[in-house]
Design a protein around this ligand. Structure first.
Ligand code: SAM
Length: 438
C-alpha cells in the first residue's frame, strides 16, 4: 500500500533511513463474537477488538473504513527506552514493588530514535486516511518524542490543522533530583479539515470558585465578557486528572493505563453518539470501555495478547450490554494453555466444570489462581467462536466461578467450544461433542 500524497510542508523532519515503503495488510479473521447473557444473533456489533500489529491491521481495514473513523486516540510507546511489566498478582502491598507478581507488558525499547520514527510515521499517515472529513486525532506523547511528532503531524495534516496542544498534568513520585519533576504529557490534536466535530457544551466544567466569587459580587468585573456561571466554561488546554495508579478502582495492572476521565473528555468533545472511535495502541482498553459507555462504536487494536485479554475482561466486567467482535490474524492464533473440563448431562441440560488449565507457566500459581476468565460456545461451528457464557475474575479478587450450565431448546448433536485465558494473557481452546436426546 502506498502512502497518500501530501502538499509540500514548510518544514520536514529528516532521519537516517527515512524512506517510503509498502505495507502488507494483515490477514484478519473474525475469531469471536461476544454476546451478553440472553442476547441472541442476529445483532449489530458495536465494537471490534483486533489483535495484531496496527500498521498491518490499519492497512487491512482501509478498504472498508477509509474516511470513516470520526475520532482516533493514539497513545503509542513514548520512546522511553523501557520495557514495561504488567501486574498480575492480587492483594499485594502497593508500596512494595519488589514483591509484585508481574509478567511482560510491552516494550518501548528502540535501536535508536530513527527506528522509533520509522514506526511512528507510516502509522500517522494511514490514520489520516482512515479519519472522516470531520474527524480528529489526539496523539498522546511526552517530552521524549512529542517535538518530533509535532513536525511529522504538521507534514501529514498541515500545520494549520493543529487545533490544540493539550498538556495533561498529574502528580506522582519521581527519582529526579537534578531537574524539575517531569509530570506532564503532551497531547497533539489535529483535525482532518476545517469542519470538525467539537462539542463545547458536552465538556464544560464549573468556573473556579474565585471567578464565581468575583462575578457573583460584581458582574462587571473582568474584561467586558460576563461568564455564564451556571453553564460553566470550556476547559483550558491544560488538564489535571490523577494518574491511574492513584485510582485504585480503575486499575487493571496493565502498564501506563490512562484515566477514564481523560478519555471521557476527549470522546465527548470530539465525537457524537453512534460515531466510530478508534485506538490502535489500545493497551488496557480505556478508549474502548469509555466509548462503549458513551454509546459510540469503537475499534481497539493492540499487538499484545495480554492487552487484548485485559480489554476483553474489562469490557465484560463493565456493565456488559452491547455485543462486540474479536479479530485476529491467522498467524497470531496460538493456544498456549489447555483447558481440562468435566461435562455432565441431565436431559437437555448440560453442566461444564473447568478443572484445570494446563500450561508451562502455571506451576508457580495453582489453578484456579492462574485463571483470569473462561467462556463457552454451546454450539461451536468450528469456525467463529460465539461466546454466550463467560466467567471473569474481578481485578483484585481471588474467586472465579468454575461451573457453567446451559439448557438446549432443540435435540441434536452439539459441539461445545471452551476457551480459557490465564493471568499472562495466554489462550487455550478445546471442544467437546455432546448429544441432546429427543
Ligand atoms: C502506552 S500503551 C497504551 C495504554 C492505553 N492507552 C491504556 O489506557 O491502557 C501502548 C500500547 O501500544 C501497544 N503497541 C505498541 N506497538 C504496537 C503495534 N505496532 N501494533 C499494535 N499495538 C502496539 C503496546 O502493546 C501497548 O499496549
Amino acid at each position: 500500500m502506498k502512502r497518500s500524497r501530501r502538499s509540500k510542508p514548510f518544514a520536514r523532519l529528516e532521519w537516517h533511513r527515512r524512506r517510503e515503503s509498502e505495507f502488507k495488510p494483515a490477514s484478519l479473521q473474525l475469531d469471536t463474537e461476544v454476546y451478553p447473557r440472553d442476547v441472541q444473533p442476529p445483532v449489530d456489533f458495536t465494537g471490534r477488538l483486533i489483535e495484531g500489529d496496527n500498521l498491518a491491521v490499519m492497512t487491512a481495514i482501509l478498504t472498508e473504513l477509509e474516511g470513516q473513523i470520526d475520532l482516533i486516540y493514539m497513545d503509542p510507546p513514548f520512546l522511553t527506552g523501557k520495557a514495561y511489566s504488567a501486574r498480575i498478582g492480587r492483594g499485594e502491598d502497593s508500596r512494595r514493588p519488589s514483591e509484585w507478581q508481574t509478567t511482560s507488558g510491552y516494550q518501548d525499547t528502540w535501536r535508536d530514535g530513527a527506528e522509533y520514527l520509522d514506526m511512528l510515521f507510516p502509522r500517522l499517515d494511514i490514520m489520516r486516511r482512515l479519519l472522516s472529513p470531520s474527524g480528529t486525532i489526539y496523539l498522546h506523547l511526552d517530552w521524549h518524542a512529542s517535538a518530533y511528532a509535532r513536525v511529522l503531524m504538521d507534514e501529514i495534516f498541515g500545520p494549520n490543522r493543529l487545533i490544540n496542544e493539550i498538556v495533561w498534568i498529574y502528580h506522582g513520585p519521581s527519582p529526579i533530583r537534578r531537574a524539575f519533576k517531569r509530570k506532564h504529557d503532551t497531547i497533539l490534536v489535529y483535525t482532518k479539515s476545517k469542519d470538525y466535530t467539537f462539542n463545547a457544551d458536552a465538556v464544560r466544567v464549573a468556573y473556579d470558585p474565585s471567578t464565581v466569587k468575583t462575578f457573583s459580587s460584581s458582574p462587571k468585573a473582568g474584561f467586558g465578557k460576563v461568564p455564564d456561571l451556571e453553564r460553566g466554561k470550556v476547559p483550558e488546554d491544560w488538564w489535571y486528572f490523577p494518574v491511574v495508579a492513584r485510582l485504585h478502582k480503575e486499575r487493571t495492572g496493565y502498564p501506563t493505563q490512562k484515566p477514564e476521565a481523560l478519555m471521557e473528555r476527549i470522546i465527548l468533545a470530539s465525537s457524537n453518539p453512534g460515531d466510530i472511535v478508534a485506538d490502535f495502541f489500545c493497551g488496557s482498553g480505556t478508549t474502548a470501555v469509555v466509548a462503549d459507555r458513551l454509546d459510540r462504536q469503537w475499534i481497539a487494536c493492540d499487538n499484545s495478547p495480554l492487552a487484548i485479554q485485559t480489554i476483553y475482561r474489562r469490557l465484560l466486567l463493565e456493565n456488559f450490554e452491547r455485543p462486540f467482535t474479536i479479530w485476529r490474524s491467522e498467524e497470531d492464533m496460538q493456544y498456549a494453555i489447555k483447558p481440562q473440563i468435566t461435562v455432565s448431562q441431565s436431559g437437555s441440560s448440560i453442566h461444564v466444570a473447568l478443572d484445570d488449565i494446563l500450561s508451562q507457566e502455571s506451576e508457580s500459581e495453582p489453578f484456579p489462581a492462574d485463571l483470569n476468565m473462561w467462556e463457552v460456545d454451546w454450539d461451536f461451528d468450528g469456525d467463529v467462536f460465539r461466546s454466550h457464557s463467560q466467567a471473569v475474575r474481578m481485578w483484585r479478587e481471588e474467586e472465579i466461578d468454575t461451573q457453567m450450565e446451559h439448557t438446549y431448546q432443540q435435540p441434536g448433536d452439539y459441539t461445545l467450544g471452551v476457551r480459557a485465558f490465564d493471568n499472562r494473557g495466554s489462550l487455550g481452546h478445546i471442544t467437546h461433542q455432546t448429544t441432546i436426546p429427543a
